[in-house]
Design a binder for this molecule. Structure first.
Ligand SMILES: Nc1nc2c(ncn2[C@@H]2O[C@H](COP(=O)(O)OP(=O)(O)OP(=O)(O)O)[C@@H](O)[C@H]2O)c(=O)[nH]1
Ligand SMILES: [Mg+2]
Length: 145
């Protein structure tokens, strides 16, 4: 049965290789859950889930305090330096189903580097992946950061 005193936000990070996805996830969680480093190729190869602590007194519903937890899914870069686009899409689909299940994905955060000019088709690749995945699921919002 659903616990009405808890609210969970299921969030996933998307973006090109080395855009700062894992760092953004760590900042959101206030943790070092995700391996993040500067590299000439893609660092993250698998999806992984991090959870925030339960944030008490986040809001009230019917006079009752609601506790918030944010669940963050880090994903491999898209395009990836070693993995095919098909592989990354499949990996993300499976991770979304495994970690977020029936609840689904609530927020998709698109992480982009501010110091690299966007050119050609590449900048839209992560958005295309989100859209492909979204067609088979339930994401409501895409937020660029
Ligand atoms: N200057 C600056 N560096 C950042 C920022 N965010 C991340 N970085 C650095 O960029 C590098 C790559 O960051 P990651 O978080 O590993 O990037 P990623 O998108 O997860 O990379 P992949 O897993 O390889 O796709 C690291 O050295 C980070 O410290 C930022 O906002 N500003
Ligand atoms: Mg990463």
């Amino acid at each position: 049965m659903m616990d009405s005193s808890k609210m969970t936000i299921n969030l996933a990070l998307f973006g090109m290789t080395q855009s700062g996805k894992s760092s953004a996830g760590n900042i959101l969680l206030g943790s070092t859950d995700f391996h993040s480093s500067f590299a000439p190729c893609s660092v993250t190869k698998d999806c992984s889930l991090g959870r925030s602590c339960h944030l008490r007194g986040f809001m009230r519903r019917g006079g009752q305090e609601i506790t918030l937890q944010i669940r963050v899914l880090d994903t491999p870069g898209y395009p990836h330096s070693k993995l095919s686009e098909k592989h990354v899409k499949q990996e993300v689909r499976e991770a979304l189903a495994h970690h977020f299940g029936q609840e689904g994905l609530h927020l998709a955060l698109l992480v982009q580097r501010a110091d690299v000019p966007l050119c050609g088709q590449e900048e839209s690749s992560p958005v295309q992946m989100i859209q492909v995945i979204q067609r088979g699921s339930y994401t409501n919002d895409i937020i660029p950061i």
